[in-house]
Design a protein around this ligand. Sequence first.
Ligand code: P6P
Length: 328
Amino acid sequence: MEASRIALPIGTALDRFIKNNQDQFQYASGELSQLLRDIALASKVVNREINKAGLIDIMGAMGSQNTAGDQQQKLDVLANIRFTRALTKGGEAAALISEETESFVDLTNDGKYIIAIDPLDGSSNIDVNVSIGTIFSIYRRKTKEGEPINDEDILQMGDEQVAAGYILYGSSTMLVYTTGHGVNGFTYEPTLGEYVLSHPDMKMPENGKIYSINEGSANSFSESVKSYIQYCKDNNYTARYIGSLVADFHRNMLKGGIYIYPATAKDPNGKLRLMYECNALSFIAEQAGGIASDGKGRVMEIKPKDLHQRTPFYVGSKKMVERAIGAK
Ligand code: P6P
């Protein structure tokens, strides 16, 4: 039975919120505070740079590719540097898994945590001023401090996450995270330089009428995906696809909805990455009462084989995902 909790008022600063909920975090609360502070700090710097995009030469592609062969945007690389630097200085993270780097990055700290991060998801939208996001998962390292980091630390199932979150750089900048005891959203107040509680105890509506999928790939969808999309159309649902996962996910968190990136001819295992996109959003979705599936089972039960492996992704309101995956 969880200790009854004093609900903290809207406007509570992130640090204060973490301290007040320290008994919920299974490890030393100071470590979580430091990790979230490191991530929040880097996000504030990234947020500032995003807001200047167009004024300074950070738009457009680097002319290089990431591990997946995706064109790296200049801000992708900048964001990766900012998060890596902040987590290194913070001292709590032992290693980092990032979309932007082939192998894991050994931060040579004696930290007890492994961070998986997509520093800037949806970055191709930067040049057209569409919302983008950062997605992160926090795992406890399995090896002892001082021992070399190995696959046991790096390839952990989503169910092993101790915390996860996202930052949405939108009309306002928000940090949303969970430590396994519900989901809380914080809005960045630039005049204070602080994230303050704005969305306490977020719950994803059990049902909804918004579906997010790139119907340009419809010809290669499976029959079950095609029939679900037809069901949405027959029931006058609204199609909303921003092309930025965090933005679509966040809207569905607030209004109810489903986001689907299924297997397609171009991406037979789906496009999205298990370790630094799907696991984090699955943890948040489930903590908010939603469902996250690969079309067959829970995303967080997938045993990773590769840092950058992809998975089909069905995430959102419980009743919508159940119908989409044909669950009874
Ligand atoms: P497509 C952005 O590249 C991303 O990873 C997600 O943010 C977004 O939902 C999806 O890919 C868009 O992919 O193939 O529909 O353009």
